[in-house]
Design a protein around this ligand. Structure first.
Ligand SMILES: Cc1ncc(COP(=O)(O)O)c(C=O)c1O
Length: 433
């Protein structure tokens, strides 16, 4: 039972509780309903930079990097940039000692501009374009993940001599790319790589899903990979130097949800690896991970301004904000349920259910399907939505020719633009008409 259950009138005068597992590490309530992160007022950010704006708590990202480095060893963690990559984010990742999984020429170029040690960059992708490969080779990426049979011949013909490769192994009918163990495809791929003097098989890689919180799925994967690797060891004499377990680590978007328990996970995975490698007579490879979402999701907050409040015929209260599915695609695509709070003012109105929707005239345009917001929320108010650091800025679109928001870093009492807001001229600049 909480204080507001005992004294219901308090509900109207207390700001919503900020759950530390959901909101950025440095987030806390300021005066007059202001929400602060990185020592910066988010209401002031909205006033100065406009809305919607993505705000990223630099300390939160760095702290997540350090937690991963502490659990696995920094050399055995690579951040998967598709969750969110800008030049500064890449610099933070590098400064904390992590490597980078890059999935395109664009991500490689960002890493280069950030001054990333390119030997710590892994190029992956189920269908790499000639440009992806060309840019990666020129940049000198350390490792390339092989994800289909045809790619081996292509890499052998184009990669610099001695290119290190990882082979992505898949299991299960719903996985689209990678090499299957069943049916002998993965074994044939190892044989083919072993026959290419220009390629060096450094190990195996996998990606088994997203938002996973149970250790058992990863344990099964380690067991499968060790079994396969040991057969290849005996057949070709190639012992994997590393085994990448991918990412997919769960993050909490709501107070009632849980993160993957990282410290216990690392210890458990290492012991399962040693056990399974020993059982199969395989020299134990290094265990690596490549989390994306779990590094940056919690650090992100999106600040919106309310544009309209209305009710549906069924009586549901709709609070429409100045962004939506173009900057918060995860709600429609993955059913993510973010937390939202009113910021920038206090009020006496009791909280009640509200659907936070976007401005895009589309039935799927929902930001938060089940928010709890004060009854007097009105146009002009500011809302902050938590957990938007991963796959939001990265997946933002121009649907409806809406401009993509700015991305700001907050740290040490200062807000800094990482990526500026698009202008109407930006939108028209690519239109050849
Ligand atoms: C090898 C690998 N690691 C990590 C990820 C990122 O997953 P998440 O953001 O859920 O950690 C992917 C994405 O598909 C991946 O292919």
């Amino acid at each position: 039972m909480t204080l507001t259950d005992i004294i219901p009138s308090l509900r109207s005068s207390l700001p919503a509780r900020l759950d530390t597992g959901v909101w950025p590490r440095t987030a806390h309530w300021g005066d007059a309903g202001d929400l602060r992160a990185g020592g910066v007022s988010l209401a002031a950010v909205a006033a100065e930079h406009g809305t919607p704006t993505f705000v990223l708590d630099e300390e939160d990202v760095r702290e997540r990097c350090r937690t991963y480095a502490g659990a696995f060893g920094a050399g055995d963690v690579a951040y998967t940039g598709k969750a969110l990559l800008t030049v500064d984010v890449a610099r933070w990742i590098a400064a904390e000692g992590l490597g980078l999984y890059a999935g395109s020429a664009g991500e490689v170029r960002v890493a280069e501009r950030a001054g990333f040690d390119m030997g710590r960059v892994v190029l992956y992708g189920s269908a790499k374009s000639p440009e992806d490969l060309d840019v990666a080779y020129r940049a000198g990426v350390g490792t390339v993940v092989v994800e289909s049979m045809g790619e081996i011949t292509r890499l052998a013909a184009t990669a610099p001599a001695g290119q290190r490769v990882l082979l992505r192994i898949v299991d299960g009918p719903d996985r689209r790319f990678g090499l299957r163990v069943a049916g002998g495809e993965a074994a044939a791929a190892v044989a083919r790589i072993a026959g290419q003097p220009g390629l060096r098989l450094a190990g195996y890689d996998c990606s088994i899903g997203h938002q996973l919180s149970r250790f058992s799925q990863y344990e099964r994967e380690i067991s499968r990979l060790c079994e396969f690797a040991s057969v290849m060891y005996r057949a070709h004499g190639v012992a994997p130097e590393r085994l990448n377990l991918g990412g997919g680590h769960a993050v909490a978007y709501r107070p009632e949800e849980f993160d993957l328990a990282l410290a216990g996970f690392a210890t458990r995975m290492r012991s399962v690896l040693h056990l399974e490698a020993g059982r199969h007579g395989l020299p134990a490879p290094r265990l690596t991970v490549s989390p994306g979402r779990a590094v940056v999701a919690r650090a992100g907050v999106t600040v919106y301004r309310v544009l309209a409040v209305t009710r549906t015929q069924a009586g549901d209260r709709l609070v429409a904000v100045d962004g939506g599915m173009t900057d918060c695609p995860a709600t429609a695509l993955c059913g993510s349920r973010h937390s939202a709070v009113l910021i920038g003012r206090t009020g006496r109105a009791a909280a009640g259910p509200a659907v936070v929707v976007g401005r895009h005239n589309d039935a799927d345009d929902v930001v938060v399907p089940d928010a709890e917001l004060p009854a007097d929320v009105h146009p002009g108010d500011l809302l902050a939505v938590a957990g938007t650091g991963a796959y939001h800025h990265a997946r933002a679109t121009n649907f409806h020719l809406v401009r993509r928001p700015a991305l700001l870093a907050v740290a040490g009492g200062r807000a800094r633009v990482l990526v500026r807001r698009e202008s109407l001229d930006d939108l028209l600049a690519r239109d050849a008409g």
